[in-house]
Design a protein around this ligand. Structure first.
Ligand SMILES: [Zn+2]
Ligand SMILES: [Zn+2]
Ligand SMILES: [Zn+2]
Length: 212
C-alpha cells in the first residue's frame, strides 16, 4: 500500500501517488555535490528517498533496495522510458515519443510547435500541445495526466495514475479489510517488480551505451 495515501479522517484515497508531484518538479542533470567523479550528473530519482541521485550515489548503499528512475534528455526536455515508468504509475493515454528506438514519456510538456494551426481534436486535453495519435492518446506528458487526474470528479472513472493491481488491492481493502489477497497473478507481478529493484552492494554500474 505504499503508493496509496489514505486520509484517516475522510477515508478518501489520493489518486496521485505522493512522490509523483515532487518527482515532476525536480530539476535534473545538475552536478552531485557529494561525488566529484566523472559520472556525477543528477539524472536519477529515488522514489523511496524523494531525492536526486548520480551514478555514484546509486552504487553506494544509501539507496540499497530502493526504487529508482533514470531520466533522459529529448529535445531539451526530461523524459523517462515507458518500460520503466509503467512499473510505478498507470501511464496509459500518455503519448510516447520515440527516442533512440525506445518509447519515452515526457515528464512535462515539450515545447509547443509554433505557427501551424492544429485541429482541436489533435491536442493534449490539458495543455493543448499537438498529439500525433489523438484517437489513442489524451495527454502529451506525465504532468498533463497528473493534472487530469487531479481534476476528475469521480474516483472510479479514468484517467488513473495508480497501477491497476494496486487499485484492485485498494477496492478489496475498502470492501473488507479481512479479505486475503488471493490473486496469484498479483503476487507474481509483485515478485517480478521486487527482483528488478535495486540490488544491494552493487559494485558500480555496467557501462551502457549513451542514450542520445
Ligand atoms: Zn552522487
Ligand atoms: Zn533512496
Ligand atoms: Zn499536455
Amino acid at each position: 500500500m505504499e503508493f496509496l495515501h489514505v486520509d484517516q479522517e475522510t477515508s478518501q484515497v489520493t489518486e496521485i501517488p505522493n512522490w509523483v508531484g515532487s518527482f515532476l518538479e525536480k530539476t535534473f542533470f545538475g552536478t552531485c555535490l557529494v561525488h566529484e567523479t566523472r559520472k556525477n550528473e543528477l539524472k536519477n530519482y529515488c522514489i523511496d528517498c524523494d531525492l536526486l541521485a548520480c551514478e555514484s550515489c546509486l552504487s553506494s548503499n544509501a539507496h540499497c533496495g530502493h526504487k529508482t528512475l533514470q531520466i533522459y534528455r529529448h529535445i531539451h526536455k526530461e523524459v523517462i522510458t515507458l518500460s520503466e515508468i509503467q512499473k510505478h504509475i498507470d501511464s496509459s493515454k500518455i503519448q510516447p515519443y520515440i527516442c533512440n528506438g525506445q518509447k519515452v514519456l515526457a515528464l512535462n510538456p515539450l515545447p509547443h510547435k509554433n505557427g501551424k494551426q492544429q485541429k482541436t481534436n489533435e491536442l493534449c486535453k490539458i495543455c493543448q500541445r499537438y498529439i500525433a495519435k489523438p484517437n489513442v492518446y489524451d495527454y502529451c506528458s506525465i504532468a498533463c495526466k497528473v493534472i487530469a487526474v487531479s481534476q476528475k470528479t469521480s474516483s472510479s472513472d479514468p484517467p488513473f495514475l495508480i497501477l491497476k493491481s494496486q487499485r484492485k488491492a485498494l477496492s478489496e481493502y475498502e470492501e473488507d479489510e479481512e479479505l486475503p489477497k488471493s490473486s496469484s497473478e498479483e503476487g507474481k507481478e509483485d515478485e517480478a517488480l521486487e527482483s528488478k529493484r535495486r540490488k544491494c552492494k552493487r559494485k558500480g554500474v555496467p557501462c551502457r551505451a549513451p542514450f542520445f
